[in-house]
Design a protein around this ligand. Structure first.
Ligand SMILES: [Fe+2]
Length: 258
């Protein structure tokens, strides 16, 4: 991957997204939100590549994955009005189909095409299948993506506006599902199938602390205070205090890792 192809992909993406632009309204603001997200994920990838000491071809490959990882989001929100994959379509698989249909990577060697498509197809899965779990690009995009999603959701939960797309259409209820809280405390990733309210969704995001691959990502999450913000928007109970302790311990562990 060279900077010339990366520039061509950037240009293609720009035109592709503009094709989904609408007059102002909820659809347009959600399209702009994802467009901004993609560019921030690309910045996160470049930063992470720097943290990992990667050279230019690998950094460009990472940036290409970031640029293309959410192309499926645009037809998804247009057709279904939601970003909830379970209620619509797997946006990662849809993205890979679009990349292939458009021949975006046809000038690349087969191995690079495969690595990019694999990282995109797996970026939104609950966990990486064991045989793909050690592949660097697969791990990097999941960190870069989560980092920006945490920025978006933490800002959303303290903001006054309610964006149903970010709440995945879930109801605002006063309590939460105890199993989800227990999952976070026990070091497990929460399951979307257990999420029944916006508070549950916050717990699911908190559980991501157990699915971050690189210490530098943990350090950035801690520095930006994303988890603290999300925890501040949960009910005040002794159990939540326990959760807060667990999350803080995990975040501070990044300084102990190599
Ligand atoms: Fe995505």
């Amino acid at each position: 991957m060279d900077s010339f192809l990366l520039a061509r992909l950037t240009e293609w993406l720009d035109g592709y997204i503009k094709g989904f632009y609408r007059e102002d309204g909820p659809l347009q603001s959600n399209i702009l939100l994802k467009e901004d997200h993609i560019h921030r994920v690309r910045e996160n990838m470049a930063t992470l590549a720097g943290d990992l000491g990667l050279g230019m071809p690998e950094t460009a490959l990472g940036e290409a994955v970031a640029l293309l990882h959410d192309v499926g989001r645009f037809p998804q929100i247009e057709a279904y009005g939601t970003y909830n994959d379970a209620a619509s379509v797997d946006h990662a698989i849809l993205g890979v189909l679009i990349i292939r249909r458009e021949g975006l990577l046809s000038s690349l060697p087969k191995d690079e095409r495969r690595r990019i498509c694999q990282a995109i197809a797996l970026h939104n899965k609950y966990s990486l299948p064991p045989r793909f779990a050690k592949k660097r690009l697969n791990r990097m995009i999941r960190d870069a993506d989560k980092l920006d999603i945490l920025r978006i959701v933490s800002a959303h939960h303290v903001g006054d506006g309610q964006n149903p797309a970010l709440d995945l259409g879930l109801p605002h209820l006063p309590g939460y599902t105890p199993k989800l809280l227990q999952d976070v405390i026990e070091g497990k990733m929460a399951l979307m199938v257990d999420v029944a309210s916006v508070n549950d969704l916050k717990l699911l995001y908190l559980s991501w602390i157990w699915d971050i691959n690189y210490p530098s990502t943990i350090a950035r999450i801690e520095k930006e205070g994303y988890m603290e913000t999300i925890m501040g928007e949960l009910p005040i109970t002794a159990k939540i205090d326990c959760l807060r302790h667990t999350v803080r311990m995990r975040l501070s562990s990044s300084s102990l890792s190599p």
